[in-house]
Write a protein that binds this ligand. Structure first.
Ligand SMILES: *[C@@H]1O[C@H](CO)[C@@H](O)[C@H](O)[C@H]1NC(C)=O
Ligand SMILES: *[C@@H]1O[C@H](CO)[C@@H](O)[C@H](O)[C@H]1NC(C)=O
Ligand SMILES: *[C@@H]1O[C@H](CO)[C@@H](O)[C@H](O)[C@H]1NC(C)=O
Ligand SMILES: *[C@@H]1O[C@H](CO)[C@@H](O)[C@H](O)[C@H]1NC(C)=O
Ligand SMILES: *[C@@H]1O[C@H](CO)[C@@H](O)[C@H](O)[C@H]1NC(C)=O
Ligand SMILES: *[C@@H]1O[C@H](CO)[C@@H](O)[C@H](O)[C@H]1NC(C)=O
Length: 500
């Protein structure tokens, strides 16, 4: 009799399960952060004809074992079992109040713990349909604690240049694991460390390592922790103390005798700032004409040979002392042309007069040479058979590269021309290469083109003229015409312009 009854029940269950659709509706996955609360939904779909719900059981399913969480019975009421007693409640008051409506047995799970992560089964026992169940997988996340710390409020850059951890970024006890990235213009390296905790969380730590120095001071360092879809950024700015970085300004390699107003300045980049500057002259004492003004050496009066030597500046801050030095040598004349328009001392004026004298002499010499050349060319003229009329010219209003003068001619190498618009060009002044200030005219900029010699169109790319001075090459000229003079490059010019 009993056997038949159970066979009947099984048959009936199979029939009903296959046919009418009583079902348990649940979310398939659910998640929540540690400490938060979640709702685990469980709805019984009772179709026609309705079956009778005799009991609902919630179970935790982990590692293949089931554990009862809560039971609702239409006549006996509700029971939440010990480990969950404080944190699990049936959402519907009707269920709690023993009303026999158990269609919605959703539970509220509060104050989640990592150990709550499991599958939860909601099982309906019905008559005559038998058991119906479904499952939700609950995942519990743990938000990491993130923190960025400077190793020290101030980092002292040691001269030994040792690698130092300047900042640490920590993302502690996160689940799932978070990721750390650094963002900085600072040159350095990051070191990462991961620790897996027994409760399934992971602690990630990263150190940022640099060689502290001047260039690391005030640099910003940002740590970016990525946790799930969240981006947590934190920044610090380094405060690095370093020894003075010393440079001496003022010596331009052109300290010539009698040059006025020279000085040297000791510049130091330091944190904290330099407190003491000390000047020394190697192998000697500082000239008596010198005045020390803060971090500068002011030389009184014009340059003399006594100023030569190696000047040393010691700059000191609380981290240390560093030295800068400059080797000053004195030249008899300016080694390069000083900027145009600079003030000229009375002494320089007399120098200038001498130079102009030399220049006039040079002009006379050049004229003599030109005359010689003229006669030389005239003699050769009869042998010339070329045709000049086809040659195209672009005429500037300066001089061409002159041809026909011997290379060893005692001509100065540097010529300067006035840029007046006179057709008949003459070298204004002639001086020795490398240094006289015969003309104070500005040869920079637009006026430059005015004194550029003319050149033929087809050689336009190969202007090898110096920008400030015209360097002439005196190559023997092969062919000369009556009133046209042929050029190195094959072009010809009128003698009228060529002669001075
Ligand atoms: C689940 O099983 C694994 C190994 O099978 C074990 O390490 C773990 O402790 C178990 N978890 C629980 C909660 O029993
Ligand atoms: C839920 O968890 C169970 C057991 O842990 C697993 O077999 C199943 O695939 C999971 N389902 C989902 C949707 O993640
Ligand atoms: C997980 O374990 C770590 C290390 O034992 C602990 O510091 C942390 O608080 C735990 N996290 C949670 C959410 O229990
Ligand atoms: C400077 O003096 C030191 C010793 O005082 C000496 O060894 C060195 O050769 C000197 N240098 C010059 C350029 O005179
Ligand atoms: C020297 O430094 C002080 C303070 O730094 C400044 O007030 C003073 O003007 C400086 N003197 C000169 C000559 O530059
Ligand atoms: C002077 O110094 C310049 C550059 O520092 C160097 O080129 C030159 O040779 C030096 N002259 C002498 C005489 O030491």
């Amino acid at each position: 009799m009993e056997m038949w009854a159970s066979v009947w029940t099984v048959l009936l269950a199979v029939t009903i399960q296959g046919g009418d659709g009583q079902s348990v509706q649940m979310d398939s996955i659910k998640s929540g952060l540690v400490g938060s609360q979640v709702e685990l939904r469980c709805i019984f779909q009772n179709s026609n004809p309705p079956v009778k719900i005799s009991q609902v059981t919630w179970q935790k399913f982990l590692n293949g074992t089931k554990q009862n969480v809560a039971i609702a019975n239409p006549s006996l009421g509700v029971s939440v079992l010990p480990p969950f007693k404080e944190r699990v409640t049936f959402k519907q008051a009707a269920v709690r109040n023993r009303t026999p409506s158990l269609e919605d047995t959703t539970i509220t799970f509060s104050n989640l713990k990592l150990s709550d992560e499991a599958a939860y089964i909601c099982e309906y026992t019905t008559f005559p349909a038998g058991n119906r169940e479904n499952m939700v997988n609950l995942t519990v996340y743990a938000r990491p604690l993130t923190r960025m710390t400077l190793t020290a409020p101030t980092i002292v850059a040691r001269p030994q240049k040792r690698k130092t951890t300047v900042a640490t970024c920590l993302s502690a006890n996160g689940k799932p694991q978070s990721n750390i990235k650094w963002e900085t213009r600072l040159k350095g390296e990051a070191e990462f460390q991961e620790t897996k905790n027994a409760n399934g969380t992971v602690t990630v730590r990263s150190n940022y390592i640099v060689i502290p120095g001047r260039e690391t001071h005030k640099q910003k360092l940002t740590c970016i922790v990525t946790y799930r879809n969240e981006r947590i950024a934190d920044s610090v700015v380094l405060n690095v103390q370093y020894e003075p970085e010393v440079t001496i300004e003022g010596f331009d390699g052109n300290w010539y005798l009698n040059r006025p107003d020279v000085s040297l300045t000791c510049n130091a980049d330091a944190n904290p700032p330099v407190t003491v500057y000390q000047w020394k002259l190697l192998n000697g004492s500082l000239p008596t004409t010198v005045e020390i003004r803060n971090n500068s050496l002011i030389f009184k009066g014009p340059v003399t040979n006594e100023l030569a030597g190696t000047y040393v500046c010691d700059a000191t801050n609380s981290i240390g002392t560093r030295t800068g030095l400059v080797e000053v040598n004195i030249t008899e004349f300016p080694t390069n042309l000083p900027p145009w328009g600079r003030g000229i001392s009375p002494h320089q004026h007399s120098q200038k007069a001498t130079i102009i004298g030399c220049a006039v002499g040079g002009v006379i010499l050049l004229a003599a040479a030109g005359t010689l050349l003229f006669f030389f060319l005239r003699r050769r003229q009869r042998t010339f058979k070329g045709d000049y009329s086809t040659k195209k010219h672009v005429f500037g209003n300066g001089y061409s590269k002159a041809g026909g003068l011997p290379t060893n001619h005692p001509m100065p190498k540097t010529l300067q021309y006035p840029d007046d618009s006179d057709d008949e060009k003459k070298p204004a002044q002639i001086g020795v290469s490398g240094g006289f200030e015969a003309s104070e005219r500005d040869f920079d900029g637009d006026t430059e083109d005015l004194k550029r010699p003319y050149f033929t169109v087809d050689e336009g790319e190969s202007r090898d003229y110096d920008d400030r001075t015209l360097s002439f090459q005196y190559n023997p000229e092969p062919e000369i015409a009556d009133d046209m003079v042929s050029q190195n490059d094959g072009s010809v010019i009128s003698k009228k312009e060529w002669y001075v």
